[in-house]
Each structure stands twice: as structure tokens, then as C-alpha cells.
Design a protein around this ligand. Structure first.
Ligand code: 2HA
Ligand code: ZN
Length: 270
């Protein structure tokens, strides 16, 4: 069977990167069953032949109007599809969609009519917001990292930047590679418009990764690898904290002075 990826190396690389990350999410135990979703704005890799490809689905309502997405293309994980399957067969467990000119509907164009993720409204709202603020970020990743979700069950950790500072202080890399920290979004119904709006509000508060309380995290980045790396780095810190507690002591953490030094040397935003 022919694929939209045939003879399109840039597009094939984008999708291969999503598949690689999907495999990591499964291996890490962050993607039980159909848990998590990934969307990537692939508009820059789209040529005229793709632009004239016919739809293979009816136009479907996004549920909201997203004016900055007019004519954009996305690779989206499929709803009810498993990350572990997507890792091996990305075009059977995800699809390419086109946003229609009314900015309220999309259609699937390739390879087969796999319906996109249940979190599509929140993912697309975030992409619309990113474009609106002139961001070059193209990827968003939602997953269920065990240790970070566990930490979100402690109300103390949900106060603004308590977890950011604790995770930054476990190992210098965390502040260097996740320099905006971890935003917190209180528990809300999965897939809801309220959750999408609260996620954007937290990203707008200058975070690249936000915690959905008692559910998971949502990360944005230049590409899918970068979004994954930030979640992975924060999780590494969470594991160091938890291992210390398991050994019977609260980890001391790097000092505020040591963390300021990291910011100066790495020229970090916070
Ligand atoms: O797609 O993780 O939050 C499955 C989910 C929804
Ligand atoms: Zn989820």
C-alpha cells in the first residue's frame, strides 16, 4: 500500500520521530492501553501534491474555531490507539489531518481514516495559541509519567513552583534542560474544553511542561524529541527524590545559590 510518507523524507522523519517517542513512552510505563497522545504540526513538510490530496473522511468539527490553523496539517495519534502499536506502525495508529478554511473543521487525508486523539481540541487549541504568539514549537506530547503523577497527589506539591524548585534541585541538568519548570493545572475532566483552556493559561505563564493533577503531563517543544526530553528530565529528578525518600532521608537538594549559578552559566529564562 502506498503511503503519504513515500518519497517525502522530511515528513517520513517527522513521523519516525513520533514513532520513536511512542516506543519510549510505552517502555517507560507511561502509556498504559491507549494512554497519552501526540500531535505534530507538519505544515512545513507539506508539498503541493499533498495540498491537493483528496480527503478520506467527512469534514469533522473540531468543536471550536482556531483561526491560526487555517490550511495547517497535523500528524495525530489515533483515538483508542496504543503507543506501543504506534511505535511500530505509525500510519495505522495515527493519521494526517488538514484544517479546513473555516478553521472549525478538519478532514483526514492519509494514510487511512484513523480518527484523531480524544484530546484533539486541547492539542489543536495549544497549536493555535503557539502560532498566535509567534512560537516555532511544532510538537505537543501528553503522557502519564508514573512518578510525576504520584507527586501530584500531594497538595503541598501543587502550590506554584514548589515542584519546579524541588525537581530542579535534584540534579543540575533538570534546570538546564527544562528551564521553565513545571506548571500545575488542577484536576479537570480529560478531553474537556476547560482542561484545554487551563493548559494554555499555564503554558502562557511561561511553562513548556504542565502537570495535569492526578492525570499526566502535557509538554510542548520545537519537536517531539525535545518535548519528550523535558518530561524525561523532570521524571529523572522525581526518581532521585523518590529513591532518596526510599533510603529513609529527604534529599538535601542543590542550594538556591547553586541553581542561580546554573541559570547564569546556561543563560536560562528563569
Ligand atoms: O488519550 O490519555 O487523556 C488517552 C488520554 C486522555
Ligand atoms: Zn491522559
Amino acid at each position: 500500500m502506498s503511503s503519504i510518507l513515500d518519497n517525502r523524507p522530511a515528513l517520513a522523519k517527522e513521523v519516525a520521530d513520533v514513532a520513536e517517542v511512542a516506543g519510549y513512552l510505552w517502555q517507560k510505563g507511561w502509556a498504559e492501553r491507549n494512554g497519552g497522545n501526540i500531535t505534530v504540526n507538519i505544515t512545513d513538510s507539506i508539498d503541493d501534491a499533498v495540498r491537493s490530496m483528496p480527503a478520506i473522511s467527512e469534514p469533522k468539527a473540531i468543536g471550536t474555531c482556531l483561526p491560526n490553523l487555517k490550511g495547517c496539517y497535523f500528524y495525530c495519534k489515533g483515538t483508542n490507539k496504543r503507543m506501543r502499536d504506534l511505535a511500530r506502525w505509525p500510519m495505522e495508529n495515527g493519521s494526517v489531518i488538514r484544517i479546513l478554511d473555516d478553521c472549525e473543521h478538519y478532514e483526514i487525508i492519509a494514510d487511512s481514516p484513523v480518527a484523531p486523539t480524544s484530546e484533539l481540541p486541547s492539542h489543536l487549541s495549544v497549536h493555535n495559541w503557539l502560532i498566535g504568539k509567534g512560537s516555532t514549537y511544532k510538537a505537543s506530547v501528553h503522557t502519564h509519567p508514573i512518578e510525576l503523577v504520584a507527586m501530584s497527589h500531594n497538595p503541598e506539591f501543587l502550590k506554584k513552583d514548589v515542584l519546579t524548585n524541588l525537581l530542579w534541585s535534584m540534579i543540575p541538568e533538570t534546570k538546564a534542560f527544562c528551564p521553565r519548570g513545571l506548571g500545575i493545572v488542577p484536576y479537570m475532566l480529560p478531553s474537556s474544553v476547560e482542561l484545554a483552556d487551563a493548559t494554555i493559561a499555564s503554558l502562557a505563564d511561561n511553562y513548556d511542561v504542565v502537570m495535569w493533577e492526578k492525570h499526566g503531563v502535557f509538554a510542548v517543544g520545537e519537536n517531539v524529541m525535545e518535548a519528550f526530553d523535558m518530561i524525561d528530565t523532570l521524571t529523572k529528578s522525581a526518581l532521585i527524590y523518590i529513591d532518596s525518600c526510599a533510603m529513609g532521608f529527604k534529599p538535601e537538594g542543590m542550594s538556591q545559590e547553586q541553581m542561580r549559578e546554573i541559570s547564569t552559566v546556561f543563560n536560562l529564562p528563569k
